[in-house]
Design a protein around this ligand. Structure first.
Ligand code: SF4
Length: 215
């Protein structure tokens, strides 16, 4: 804990303490605003489009970008109420990003990178990532149009990105009680369709860093 103390300024500690005292009130307000942004009619129309995609007689490879496209519409509605902005990269640097082999091939087709050959099953090691995502360049996602499902689905909701700061990450990793939990929202409604598109016999799941190790 001493090493964390020496790397976090008093003013940052004060800001984190204030955020912790807020007890996620602002995050709850943002979540409510996201919910309010999606009317019942809008949700019904989106659900119908998801069902149409599910029934579409096309390959998983062709369905994946269509699924991403639907998610972008939700992302656009959600954007004013989340802390994630261009240049925020805490998730890309600090947590595992699990993707399927279909998504790895989608990224490979867009970038020319060759994904690692991994055996079927789940390889992801949950916990803290030891290095940034290989596609994070200058704090920006270099494959934004092709980024995988989890990068689209998850977002941080709070009054700002303070909980994503390196200082709070260090406190969290040190299991320091002053660490502020990060409040996230997820596009859960897409999970069944995502599973339907990517899961088949022999699906591989791994951290994006395992599919695309340092060159
Ligand atoms: S693919 Fe892009 S958004 Fe996802 S972790 Fe990597 S850099 Fe971040």
């Amino acid at each position: 804990m001493d090493s964390v103390n020496s790397s976090v300024s008093d003013s940052m500690m004060q800001r984190l303490a204030e955020l912790k005292a807020d007890n996620h009130a602002q995050a709850r307000a943002q979540l409510a605003a996201i919910e309010a942004a999606m009317s019942a009619e809008w949700k019904a129309a989106m659900h119908a489009r998801m069902m149409n995609l599910s029934k579409e007689a096309s390959s998983a490879r062709s369905k994946l970008p269509k699924l991403y496209s639907l998610m972008e519409e939700v992302g656009d509605l959600r954007a004013p109420h989340v802390s994630c902005k261009a240049g925020c990269s805490a998730c890309c640097r600090t947590i595992p990003v699990e993707i399927s082999d279909l998504e790895a091939r989608h990224i490979a087709a867009a970038t020319g990178r060759v994904p690692a050959t991994l055996s079927a099953g789940r390889h992801t090691v949950m916990g803290h990532a030891e290095r940034p995502c290989p596609f994070l360049i200058d704090n920006q996602c270099s494959i934004y149009e092709h980024r995988p499902y989890n990068c689209r689905s998850l977002a941080v909701v709070d009054r700002d990105a303070l909980a994503c700061s390196d200082e709070n990450t260090a406190l969290t990793r040190a299991k320091d009680p002053r660490a502020v939990p990060v409040t996230m929202t997820k596009m859960q409604a897409f999970d069944p369709l995502y599973q339907e598109v990517v899961v088949r016999k022999g699906t591989v799941w791994a951290d994006i860093r395992q599919f695309f190790p340092p060159q």
